[in-house]
Design a protein around this ligand. Structure first.
Ligand code: OAD
Length: 242
């Protein structure tokens, strides 16, 4: 990408509010594997055995072991130039990040308004009394952690077949439709209801820009498609308007 589309640049310069809808590709350059594609997590593991409530109740040790492993990977990774570019845009625009990622990296980059549609891997709660355990250090790393009430503690993430936390999706929709521009970054756009957000934006005449190294289910609908990595394209966009 040598030159940015002039229509896009005009839209960007005139924009007041910009939202970002992000998926696993946003964190790929931080070293966190995506779900789909050649090296995707779901090529090696079966979601129904690991990201599913029935599987958790049947075999909490196995699910915990997997989540503790992912926590270790995630805490050793750092936000990449894409996350930092989104944070930097706060000096020029009102920015909301709506993420499907549970890796906490937008928060760690310093973004101040982050909606975590699928939860946050660092957070947990007791299935029985709902007591929160939001600091993993409080949990026994080996084995299956139990609450002081004896209940099973689960990660506060959305598993397959579960609904998003009440009101959160509606909040995300409000943020999207009140934006001048929506960026859809690093998502295969196949998991609903999250994947409906860019379509909702288009219906409300929000200008939607997609950033992805490959075309997705959404690409044909996007107003503009940047073929490339988030950590490369987003800093370029910032430079173009600074
Ligand atoms: P996917 O793994 O389905 O898609 C990742 C996307 O990121 C793909 O389209 C890649 O081409 C793209 N990508 C890879 N590297 C990139 C980079 N450096 N920059 C930009 N894009 C890049 O991940 P999601 O769409 O996030 O759900 O998956 C959605 C949901 O499915 C996840 O939230 C998770 C999963 O099952 C739950 O856990 C509920």
């Amino acid at each position: 990408m040598t030159e940015l589309n002039p229509v896009f640049l005009d839209k960007l310069r005139a924009a007041k509010k910009i939202s970002f809808f992000t998926g696993a590709g946003m964190s790929a350059e931080s070293g966190i594997p995506t779900f789909r594609g050649e090296d995707g997590i779901w090529k090696k593991f079966r979601p129904e055995e690991l990201a599913n409530f029935k599987a958790f109740v049947r075999s909490p040790e196995m699910v915990w072991e997997w989540y503790q492993h992912r926590r270790r990977v995630i805490t050793e990774c750092a936000p990449n130039p894409g996350h930092l570019a989104i944070k930097d845009l706060e000096s020029k625009f009102s920015i909301t990040v709506i993420t499907q990622n549970i890796d906490n990296l937008h928060n760690r980059a310093g973004s101040s308004s982050v909606i975590e549609l699928h939860g946050n891997i660092l957070k947990n709660y007791c299935l029985t009394c709902k007591k929160r355990y939001d600091h993993p250090a409080e949990l026994h790393i080996e084995g299956t952690p139990r609450c002081t009430c004896g209940g099973l503690i689960r990660p506060d993430v959305v598993w397959f077949g579960e609904n998003l936390p009440e009101g959160l999706f509606e909040h995300a929709e409000e943020e999207v439709i009140s934006s001048d521009i929506l960026f859809s970054v690093g998502t295969s756009s196949v998991v609903y209801p999250a994947a409906s957000l860019p379509h909702t934006a288009l219906k409300k005449d929000v200008y939607v820009v997609e950033v992805n190294p490959v075309e997705t289910e959404f690409t044909e609908y996007a107003n503009l498609f940047f073929k490339g990595k988030a950590g490369v394209i987003l800093p370029l966009i910032i430079r173009a308007i600074s």
